[in-house]
Design a protein around this ligand. Sequence first.
Ligand code: SF4
Length: 283
Amino acid sequence: MRFETPAENTWCPGCGNFPLLVSARRAISELIEEGKIEQQNVVVISGIGCHGKITSYLELNSVHTAHGRVLPMALGTKLGNPNLRVIGFGGDGDTYDEGMAHFIHAARNNANFSFVVHDNKMFSLTTGQPTATTSRHKKTKSTPQGKPSSPINPLMLALAAGATFVGRGYSFHIDQSKELLKQAIMHDGFGFVDMIQPCVVYNDTRGFMNEHAYWMDPEPTTFREAVEKAREWDYNLEDDAKVPLGLFYRTKEPTFEENWPSLQPWYKLKRDVTGKELFKEFK
Ligand code: SF4
């Protein structure tokens, strides 16, 4: 398998992160073979949570960053060198709880990189506490009587914030998810995919997804249709739920750096002060 590393994989057997890793490897590998991206320009960035180990398992330029901070790290990396193809990986707690403000502003500003949320609807690394996408009434270690609040719908949030690419996949559907990832990676702007990724230990949604998920055909073509489809599932696990998967919305808008032409990549900046002179001040 391409991009394998010597790191020991510590995900639990059967974890939904495994097929997501396979989809990501295949998507990046195929894009390189098709001549659309170059391996030396790919940077993968992950946050904190079980998902965060994905950067240890991909033999690519990578950063494993702090809680909820994948998006600012990805934005800074892309602004520092716009030639890079930046791919962010976040968790649902990492993104929709700890880093929520970053998510809204990345979508609103059309930050120019792709972003995949491993959405297992649970804080799993900390052994099972609810996140913003955990279903209502779900009993967890910190909500023994059931989670009292309704989950957020990340797709609706992204659409409302102005995201230019909004998709949802299911990690165990490797081929379709790989195709969705390829489109997100190649999108000019914020390529957001919420990837439902069952945690087989603390929130095993495989049975629910197998019964209720379907890939949209045809996919929505307007914003209105995208909203209608995104509203079809409220992230609860109800008996009559239908979970559409695929590309909900894609449009073309200027990217963050196109809207800020005064921004210069770091290596093009002409500095008056050298590092040596700067440090003299602190001696
Ligand atoms: Fe995967 Fe859950 Fe195990 Fe984390 S705790 S590695 S999400 S199965």
